[in-house]
Write a protein that binds this ligand. Structure first.
Ligand code: ADP
Length: 448
């Protein structure tokens, strides 16, 4: 009995162990199933990543292709623009030079090569100011500092418009008259270089000379008949050749004053052509400027009174005699005073003063309370034939030559002529003239 009981308990424990083993096996199998599933999922993910990578690679390849095409197209476009610009720059008749911020040449066009005799390979990288000298109209070299290109690169002038002609010196040292425009090349608000465009103005100068010579010749020819008309109308007016009726006298007076205006105009034109041809001679002698001014005022007293102008004068005592051409100095004072009268309405004021500046210069001041000069036209006032808009409409006659001549005379004498003006309020002209000697027998030139 006892034996039977022992056998039963042994088989029970075996059965139990088997059951445990079976369970463990089952657990292990389940774990294996889970792991297998996980492995399958990872493999799937991997596959999907691989697929994505393939797609990305394909996309990248496609993009690369497009980009390459675009770059090629862009390069082609740029090349086209470059050749187009090159063709334009080559074909323009004006000389063109591009410099870097040190003033070294980085580009010249064909016209530059032709005009100045330099080849691109000889000149690129060299300083424009050093390689191509510039001279003023007197043949005096323009210094490095005074060169417009230098000034533009230093930012002193934004755009330099040179209407004043000068000479450019070629490689073979010959020269030609030119005019140029210089503009800075600005990048990110900084001047990184400059571009200069210049023109050979030999032909214009020749035409100008021919025009001046024609005006001079025509004026000379007109003088004789004008003198004849003057002479005979004066004779008729004075009754030297018989009595004239009051009506005839009226017409004769018209003829006489009209002729006088023509004589004045012809004389002015002759003065201008002399200035331009450099044949306006100066004969300086000791001159009393105050006496001269008094006589000009007396001469124009009638017009001052007719317009009821309040006239004042202030002449400093003891102004010494100055060396000047009295005829020319008279012309300057005459012009300034007649302008003041002409451009001041009735009842206005005019003042003339002459004083001594630091023992070396005489100062002349002519002020009026007239129409003034519009601000936007003030820089043109000394230009030949220029008349401001505000006086053209008014009943004033003029040629626009007086101030051009006056400025030429004053500058030749080593002086300065300028003005201040406010429209509808008045104008003051200032002239300073050196007391000293005026260089003898030198032709007057056009004003600067
Ligand atoms: P014109 O008087 O014969 O026209 P000018 O050369 O003497 O020629 O003067 C040029 C221009 O300058 C005049 O037409 C006028 O517009 C202006 N101007 C000169 N003087 C005066 C002044 N005192 N007041 C106002 N404008 C003046």
């Amino acid at each position: 009995m006892k034996f039977h009981k022992r056998i039963t308990s042994t088989s029970d424990s075996i059965a139990l162990k088997l059951a445990i083993l079976a369970k463990e096996k089952e657990n292990a199998r389940r774990k294996l199933v889970v792991t297998a599933k996980q492995l399958a999922a990872t493999a799937k993910e991997k596959e999907s990543i691989r697929r994505k990578l393939v797609v990305t690679a394909q996309e990248l390849k496609r993009l690369h292709g497009t980009l390459e095409k675009k770059v090629l197209q862009r390069t082609k476009d740029l090349e086209q623009i470059r050749s187009k610009n090159e063709a334009i720059l080559t074909s323009i008749g004006d000389g063109l030079v591009v410099v870097d911020k040190e003033g070294k040449i980085s580009y010249i066009n064909k016209s530059f090569e032709e005009m100045l005799g330099w080849k691109t390979q000889e000149i690129v990288g060299k300083s424009m100011v050093e390689v191509v000298p510039r001279e003023d109209l007197n043949g005096i070299g323009v210094s490095f500092k005074e060169r417009i290109l230098t000034q533009v690169l230093e930012g002193q002038k934004f755009v330099a418009d040179l209407t004043n002609p000068f000479y450019y010196v070629r490689k073979d040292k010959s020269r030609f008259p030119a005019s140029s425009i210089v503009a800075p090349v600005v990048l990110n608000k900084k001047i990184v270089g400059a571009v200069e465009v210049f023109r050979d103005i030999t032909k214009e100068k020749e035409i100008d000379k021919a025009k001046t010579e024609f005006v001079s010749l025509a004026s000379h020819q007109l003088r004789t008949p004008l003198s004849t008309v003057n002479w005979y109308s004066e004779m008729l007016l004075t009754g030297d050749v018989g009595e004239v009726t009051p009506e005839q006298k009226k017409y004769l007076e018209e003829i006489y004053s009209g002729n006088q205006r023509m004589v004045d105009l012809v004389n002015t034109l002759l003065d201008v052509s002399r200035i331009e041809m450099g044949t306006f001679m100066v004969e300086p002698k000791p001159t009393d400027i105050v006496k001269l001014a008094r006589s000009v005022i007396d001469e124009q007293k009638l017009q001052i009174d007719e317009k009821k102008i309040k006239f004042s004068r202030s002449f400093e005592d003891s102004i010494p005699l100055m060396r000047a051409d009295p005829k020319l100095l008279r012309m300057v004072i005459q012009n300034l005073l007649s302008n003041a009268i002409k451009y001041t309405p009735e009842g206005g004021k005019i003042g003339v003063s002459i004083s001594l500046d630091n023992e070396k210069n005489v100062s002349l001041k002519m002020s009026d309370t007239g129409y003034g000069i519009p601000k936007n036209q003030q820089d043109k006032i000394f230009t030949k034939l220029f008349r401001a808009d505000n006086v053209i409409g008014k009943d004033t006659e003029g040629t626009g030559l007086g101030l051009y001549i006056a400025k030429s005379i004053v500058e030749q004498a080593g002086g300065k002529l300028w003005f201040e003006s406010v429209e509808n309020s008045g104008t003051t002209f200032y002239a300073t003239l050196p007391l000293g000697e005026i260089k003898k027998k030198r032709g007057i030139k056009a004003p600067s």
